[in-house]
Design a protein around this ligand. Structure first.
Ligand code: SF4
Length: 397
């Protein structure tokens, strides 16, 4: 099957051409777009119009109209569900040098750790005790983790999950080969998580040209499809703040639609991370994405692919997440402090700001469940096999 890289240049040109001429819709034009969204899926041009609402200061009425529409369509009066994923950080040793990440090899002062199988067992036990049954093993680009070692760690997690209904093992690593994914699938892996960071080649180079593994732009771009070819589910997404958010959102949608046309299924979720402070230092690139633009991206993702959730998580505040959660989204309120061993913080450990991957807002379960229940949401801790059900009026891609 032709991989996304084979159509990348054509799609990228199409998106750039759209962005050169798109305008923010008037209130009347927005009503036309919303009415049309109940039929055939909106095209990239129409979705680009919606994205303009996020960056046009005067488009306050359009933004509120769009929000009302999305909430009305994808938040039911009762019985909304969000799916929980528990990330376990396994290693913070990295050969790559992404300037937005505290695990970068360039950050010599960062405190690093690599979990042994015994440490991993303790972390798995901690998340299972909290009822999580979909667990993601998260790695930096650590050369000590060969395919065999990944297979052993995934096997350990799969064994602990005991094939319970709705359980699943996810993996977030540097890009791997198709053979590696076949072996991981054989070991019981459910799916992979990869944020493409940005699909803008120039911006990608600016941030990653010095990274020995990650600089392979096209090889990394096709990583999801090597995993899909091995039978795995995938999560894709951009890291917003590295490039023009409109380009990255549209290219992610184009990529998800490519998956559907080639594999008959899209990603199970769009990741929606934004740049956050590292080790307490704020990052403010020119392409920084303000809240209004960010929330518009979330709405456009749902309108573009109603069957694909968005992954809201602890990088953002709870208030922002609560405003934006929709039925079927993935939601994580604890990320193990985005550091190896984070579910077992000891008294002598470095503070999160120093050794976590980036700044997060970790929350307690009781608080989150109470607040979500007040908005008619419940958290599903064992959900694999249940993909998002599009709302009755929603279109599918
Ligand atoms: S984002 Fe990933 S690859 Fe880049 S420095 Fe951080 S851990 Fe390493």
């Amino acid at each position: 099957m032709p991989a996304f890289s084979s159509v990348f240049d054509e799609k990228s040109d199409e998106v750039r051409e759209i962005l050169a001429r798109v305008r923010c819709p008037s209130v009347q034009r927005l009503q036309e777009l919303l009415a049309a969204s109940g039929g055939a899926p909106l095209g990239l041009l129409e979705l680009a119009e919606l994205l303009e609402i996020g960056r046009t200061r005067e488009a306050v009425e359009q933004f509120e109209t769009l929000r009302s529409f999305v909430l009305e369509r994808w938040r039911k009066p009762a019985g909304n569900r969000v799916r929980y994923v528990a990330p376990i950080y396994v290693s913070s040793f990295c050969i790559d040098t992404c300037a937005y990440c505290n695990f970068s090899a360039s950050r010599k002062a960062a405190v690093r750790r690599r979990l042994t199988p015994g440490d991993l067992g303790a972390e798995i036990e901690a998340v299972l005790e909290r009822d999580a049954r979909v667990v993601e093993l998260v790695y930096a680009t650590d050369p000590e983790f060969t395919t065999d070692r990944h297979v052993r760690y995934v096997g350990q997690l799969v064994e602990a999950l005991r094939n319970e209904p709705g359980s699943g093992a996810l993996l977030c690593t540097g890009h791997l080969s198709r053979e590696a994914y076949a072996a991981l699938r054989e070991a019981g892996l459910f799916g992979i998580v990869q944020w493409d960071e940005t699909l803008d080649p120039r911006a990608y180079d600016r941030w990653h040209a010095a990274s020995p593994h990650k600089r392979a732009f096209r090889e990394r771009m096709d990583n999801h499809e090597r995993a899909m070819a091995a039978g795995l589910e995938v999560a894709t997404g951009a890291l917003f703040g590295l490039a023009d958010f409109r380009y990255d959102a549209l290219m992610q949608i184009a990529k998800a639609r490519h998956f559907v046309s080639e594999y008959g299924r899209g990603p199970f979720v769009f990741g929606a991370p934004r740049l956050k402070p590292i080790a307490g230092h704020e990052l403010h690139p020119e392409t920084e994405v303000p809240d209004r633009a960010y929330e518009t991206i979330l709405m456009v993702y749902r309108m573009a692919a109603p069957e694909t959730g968005r992954w809201l998580q602890t990088r953002e505040t709870f208030a922002l997440n609560l405003r934006n959660l929709l039925d079927g989204d993935v939601y994580t309120y604890r990320c193990g402090e985005v550091r190896p061993g984070g579910y077992h913080r000891g008294n002598g450990d470095a503070p999160v700001a120093r050794d976590g991957q980036f700044g997060v807002n970790e929350l307690e379960r009781e608080f989150v469940e109470r607040e979500l229940a007040a908005q008619n949401f419940r958290i599903d801790y064992a959900w694999t096999g249940n993909r998002v059900q599009p709302a009755a009026r929603a279109s599918s891609t």
